[in-house]
Design a protein around this ligand. Structure first.
Ligand code: ZN
Length: 158
């Protein structure tokens, strides 16, 4: 999946579930976190990136554990919201990548077995269809937002 699809997926989920504005923003950032981590490790070396892409950092357990830690650790409320948003966004990334024929690892540190529901390849017509669906959900989710949420958004931007 392309980053725009991952970010649309996270934003659609955030708006649909009326997540706090800070959580929503961090979900959109977290939606590309697994790929950013791999790019950081491979330092934009294409061969190294391909070797580690959709490996350990695309294992859902990593972000599920991060989510649990974010919920359980005694963090300040804005830190907790940011961390929860990042982890939820990363989990949405893994879920969308699982729709790709190459899937995501089911176990840590093992390339196989893979979790996959091979419906769409990256950049295919199917992905654009999913993006169109997510944009529709964003529009519908935005429509569902109420004055209370918009007040929080205004507060978020100071
Ligand atoms: Zn990915």
């Amino acid at each position: 999946m392309k980053w725009i699809t991952h970010q649309a997926g996270a934003l659609a989920a955030a708006l649909w579930f009326k997540a706090e504005p800070l959580v929503s923003a961090c979900m959109v950032l977290g939606a590309v976190l697994p790929d950013i981590i791999e790019q950081g490790i491979s330092r934009r070396n294409a061969r190294l990136f391909l070797a580690i892409h959709r490996g350990f950092f695309h294992w859902f357990g990593l972000y599920a554990a991060g989510l649990l830690a974010a919920i359980c650790l005694p963090l300040a409320s804005h830190e907790k919201m940011a961390a929860v948003g990042l982890m939820l966004g990363a989990l949405s990334h893994i879920a969308l990548d699982a729709l790709n024929p190459s899937g995501v690892p089911a176990l840590p540190l093992h390339d196989r077995p893979r979790l996959k529901l091979p419906l769409v390849s990256t950049g295919s017509l199917g992905e654009w269809g999913i993006l169109a669906g997510l944009l529709t959900l964003i529009a519908l989710g935005g429509y569902r937002l109420d004055a209370r949420w918009l007040k929080k958004l205004a507060h978020f931007f100071g």
